[in-house]
Design a protein around this ligand. Structure first.
Ligand code: LLP
Length: 427
């Protein structure tokens, strides 16, 4: 994947992290040898993450947006292992949470409350009260909770409002969140009611938030969202920031592009330059990238249990399933599969399936170097919404997780044991 070091780039050359040599030192991809060594040391199925890749993705964002006052909050729902959160903190990124427990994890990882954002949806007001007591930023996404917040806190605690801009965007309907039938956010067409509530309780609104979906490649979608906000911004005199959410596209298969960050940064800058805040203070722009930060950092290593030749296809059955990586079955998502035990073997067609007692196909009729039983198959781009959406379906264990950092592979989550299956069951 190309890096943005070219002359178009807006990155800050005076900053050591932006020297091309700094990037060269970082290894974007784990080698086959590293993956095999991890599988041998920790067993399979295994999630392995590359810290360097996360760092490089973050630097792509900060260098592209160097000319705009921007703050990035990693949407940690993509991958919440506390060691990943600590790495995210160590590179200077902030964190966005979607539950009070994610907020607590972030604080435990060492983030200052001021660097933690809680973008809530559909939650009980008590969770908002708890977030307030922890001192983090909060985005409220319903009139009902906004009213309760106003009654309880009035002007005393600055807060953000999540708006639904009524824009259709995202890779597929399941991950589109800004359209006019989506549950997320307060519909922008209810602005009058929002303003009445704000006035009634003298609410201190410091942030306006939108998030239209995931897998968004077209930068104009973000611009459209900003344009919706430009009509709303003038009504909020104490506004400090505008939060454009996450949703940047990452390439899953060859030929896929990713969101062009340089272009997006230029368009965002132009849009805000052309619409200075009528209330005076310039607005900081916030983003909440999830996939962009961690997707490519992650690998799911599995082992082939059985090969089954049939009239229609050859099944390669691995020691995993949608209990470990649900994206192919849930979103029809494509993940590249490499046979790291036989990378130069002659390619053949395989249907790669799991060991779950339900159809759990990872890939249909995929061209893969010859597979033998016992080979290690690796699913790429498994860092975001991989382990995080895993389960114990069929009473199978969740995989272990390993982080490769500074050349060392560290176990960051133990594999489940039978005790974990029984935990909380009343015997
Ligand atoms: N901010 C908010 C308010 C969100 O709801 C999300 C994702 C993000 C940020 C981060 O979006 P990202 O940059 O990761 O696209 N499980 C699905 C994706 C669901 C995204 C849910 N919300 C998948 O595996 O494709």
């Amino acid at each position: 994947m190309p890096f943005y070091f070219d002359t178009k780039s807006l990155y800050d050359r005076s900053h050591p992290c932006c020297y091309p040599s700094y990037f060269r030192k970082m290894s974007q991809q784990l080698s086959i040898a590293q993956l095999i060594a991890a599988a041998q040391e920790f067993g399979t199925p295994l999630y392995v993450y590359n810290a360097d890749n996360i760092t490089a993705q973050y630097q792509k964002l900060t260098s592209a947006f160097a000319q705009t006052d921007t703050k990035f909050f990693y949407a940690c729902k993509a991958l919440t292992n506390i060691n990943i959160l600590k790495h995210i903190k160590s590179i200077g990124c902030n964190v966005d949470c979607s539950s009070i427990n994610e907020v607590k994890l972030a604080l435990l990882a060492g983030f200052e409350p001021n660097n933690v954002l809680y973008t809530s949806n559909g939650i009980h007001f008590s969770e908002i009260e708890e977030a307030q007591s922890l001192g983090v930023h909060i985005n409220i996404d319903s009139l009902s909770n906004l009213e309760k917040f106003g009654k309880k806190f009035g002007h005393s605690y600055p807060v953000g409002i999540r708006l639904r801009p009524n824009i259709m965007a995202g890779g597929n309907i399941k991950i589109s969140t800004g359209h006019d039938k989506s549950k997320f956010g307060i519909p922008a067409d209810q602005l009058t009611t929002i303003l009445e509530l704000v006035a009634k309780h003298n609410l201190h609104i410091q942030n306006l938030h939108i998030h239209t979906g995931s897998d968004i490649k077209d930068v104009d979608v973000f611009v459209k969202g900003i344009e919706v906000l430009f009509d709303i911004i003038p009504h909020f005199k104490e506004l400090k920031s505008v939060d454009l959410g996450g949703g940047f596209k990452v390439p899953y298969k060859e030929g896929d592009g990713e969101t062009d960050m340089i272009l997006l940064a230029q368009k965002v800058k132009e849009a805000f330059d052309n619409h200075p805040n009528p209330n005076g203070n310039p607005l900081q722009v916030w983003f909440e990238p999830g996939k962009f930060m961690v997707s490519a950092s992650g690998y799911l290593i599995t082992e082939v249990n059985v090969l089954k030749e049939t009239a229609n296809t050859v099944f390669a059955g691995v020691n995993s399933g949608f209990n470990h990586l649900i994206r192919p079955m849930f979103y029809d998502a494509y993940h590249q599969i490499e046979n790291i035990s036989n990378p130069t073997g002659a390619a053949k067609h395989y249907t790669v399936t799991g060991n779950i007692c339900e159809t759990d196909t990872f890939a249909w009729d995929r061209n893969i170097p010859e597979i033998r039983e016992g080979d290690l198959l690796v699913f790429k781009n498994a860092g975001a919404y991989g382990f995080e959406m895993s389960s114990n379906f069929n009473s199978r264990y969740k995989p272990a997780e390993v982080l490769v950092k500074d050349g060392k592979a560290m176990l960051i989550r133990k594999r489940d044991t039978f005790d974990d299956i029984l935990r909380n069951q009343v015997l």
